[in-house]
Design a protein around this ligand. Structure first.
Ligand code: 4AD
Ligand code: MG
Length: 443
């Protein structure tokens, strides 16, 4: 049953003039009582198959004439170079076998007209049928891009000898503030779904020194925006003996590596999504400027935006700020009041913390949050007290500082956000197979 021949390779010219057997699904079908044109798709591409009644015989011809969209087939025939066909090749069919037929009572619901009626992709209809929508070319393209992004993150860190490390997903406390914690019943107690791998990575930092992960994180985000999921994929790293600047070098390194990997592996996909390859090349090649938070506030105020010093920047502000950016920019030195307890206070001015956010251009905004960590036990205790955060859930974290604390730092990168920005998606839902938000856990 194995499959030997892929449509993408046929379209590349690997089988010109040869007899082949193709396996796939019907994307479109049309024709007359004598000749049928079936566009067959597989995971690598599409090809038009031409079946004539007088060649294939009546039985096979009737089978193909009645087969509906998304029926699965095995088709045999000869590859013909034909410039008029999409992709430059067609298959002249000699035999056909329907493997998984589609019931005419329940035709495939994701048709072009249904999609148009559903307004291009973001409606309940397509989300309800997500399990079928995955087969459309746009979604398939996004999923291939996503795979390359994951691969690039792994190769960036592994090539630098980082160790992949796993943290628990059931946890006892918040990392990024209590308001977005998901509570789960846990044998008569309360537990939470993790917002970040970070605190458990810091515990292993003295053991491994350079560590990373790609794992789901959970945030009970009530507001539904184009950048927020309740379950998202989080690439995080932690490194010992590193300053905020050195951590930023890795954030810049991994994002540039993702851009260059996409240019290597997904050129066609980027083009089919309407992305400008020169722009992606700039993200791969140009250094990312670094700017202090205060400077960003001045720029925003200069544009007449109503923003006060001390606020974290929300999407509306990041959007305005990043509209004129040519490449991603780091914002550093946020006010202490805007960030959680674990950030290291700037020894030069204790109003600030040594942290960074990386803001993607094209009006996209935050894709990375990170910085240096408070590593002395006294300072952590003081910061928790200042924040009014009870320390019980963090006892293990505080404890790690009593035994050889060292300067260290790390960041978290929103993988779905990076896919969305680089793929030019309008909404983060477009780049993840089964998106989760406050209203939906199905399908
Ligand atoms: O800025 P955040 O909240 O930082 C942390 O969680 C740190 N503990 C990470 C660390 O230092 N190890 O989240 C990091 C990134 C954000 O910049 C954003 O890209 C992404 O995670 N993110 C989300 N992506 C999709 N949906 C959400 N609800 C997200 N929340 C955060
Ligand atoms: Mg953040």
């Amino acid at each position: 049953m194995a499959k030997d021949i892929w449509i993408g390779d046929v379209q590349n010219g690997d089988y010109d003039g040869q007899e082949v057997e193709l396996k796939g699904w019907i994307k479109r079908t049309r024709g007359s009582n004598k000749i049928r044109f079936v566009v067959l798709r597989d995971s690598t591409g599409t090809i038009q198959c031409v079946a004539k009644r007088d060649v294939v015989g009546d039985d096979a011809f009737e089978a193909i004439a009645s087969a509906l969209i998304e029926s699965s087939l095995i088709v045999r025939g000869t590859v013909n170079v034909d410039e008029r066909s999409e992709g430059g090749h067609e298959l002249v069919v000699s035999g056909i076998e329907i493997v998984g037929p589609v019931d005419p009572e329940r035709p495939f619901p994701i048709t072009e007209s249904a999609m148009k009626a559903a307004d291009g992709g973001e409606t309940e209809f397509l989300l309800d049928n997500r399990h079928l929508y995955l087969r459309t070319s746009r979604m398939t393209t996004m999923l291939k891009m996503r795979s390359s992004v994951f691969g690039a993150i792994h190769s960036y860190f592994r090539d630098l000898d980082f160790v992949e490390y796993q943290a628990p997903n059931f946890v006892a406390g918040a990392v990024e503030g209590g308001s977005t914690l998901f509570e789960v019943p846990y044998f008569g107690r309360k537990a939470y779904l993790t917002q970040s791998w970070q605190l458990y990575a810091e515990a292993a930092m003295p053991a491994l020194e350079r560590l990373y992960t790609i794992a789901p994180s959970f945030r009970a985000e009530k507001s539904r925006t184009r950048r927020h999921l309740t379950e998202f994929w989080h690439a995080e790293m932690e490194i010992a003996w590193a300053s905020n600047d050195e951590v930023m070098n890795h954030g810049e390194g991994v994002v540039r590596h993702i851009a260059s990997t996409l240019l290597d592996e997904r050129r066609e996909e980027l083009q089919s999504l309407g992305r400008d390859l020169e722009l992606i090349g700039r993200y791969a090649d140009s250094p990312f400027p670094r700017m202090r938070y205060d400077e960003a506030i001045e720029i925003l105020q200069g544009k007449g935006v109503d923003v006060e010093w001390g606020q974290d920047l929300d999407y509306s502000k990041e959007k305005i700020l990043t509209q004129d950016f040519e490449v991603p920019h780091f914002l550093t030195h946020y006010p202490k009041v805007a960030k959680p307890f674990y950030h290291r206070v700037d020894p030069e001015d204790d109003k600030y913390v040594l942290c960074h956010d990386l803001l993607a251009p094209e009006g996209y905004g935050e894709i990375i949050g990170g910085g240096e960590r408070t590593w002395s036990e006294q300072e952590i205790l003081a910061r928790l007290e200042e924040e009014g955060t009870p320390k019980e859930a963090y006892q293990f974290y505080i404890d790690t500082r009593s035994y050889g604390g060292v300067p260290h730092g790390g960041f978290g990168l929103g993988v779905d956000r990076v896919c969305s920005w680089l793929g030019g998606a309008d909404h983060i839902r477009e780049v993840i197979p089964f998106p989760r938000d406050s209203r939906r856990v199905t399908p």
